[in-house]
Design a protein around this ligand. Sequence first.
Ligand SMILES: [Zn+2]
Length: 144
Amino acid sequence: MRRYQGGCHCGAVKVVFETDADPAGLEVRACNCGFCTRHSARTVTDSAGTLVLHDTDGAAQTYRFAMGITDFILCRHCGCYIGALMDDDGETFGIVNRRMLDERAVFTSPATSRDYSAENETGRRARRRATWTPVTWSRDVDVA
Ligand SMILES: [Zn+2]
């Protein structure tokens, strides 16, 4: 697995995205919901990869809206939008904001505009189960 580390601006929330995929071939998504648009978020995911989020000192703040099934992770200190998580049937799936990765420049695909506003909850969960990255989220644990 290739390992891409990153985190928020102040470093309190860290992220590690691992994938075997060629980063130049991974889709870079520009979700056009009101939240992602405001952050100019560009997200990447690999359902065969792993995503680990580390929250030190309780810095990660979660924000929910609309269906209320997604935790958008922001750093409460520096305000960066790190990524989004969804719990589903005992598992957690997520996406990472490419802008938070140290090696963000290797994810070179042009951003694909995505509009998911027509989805219902069942469809959204199914899509994410198929495409989002399995997540481990540890609070108050230092990155190894
Ligand atoms: Zn921060």
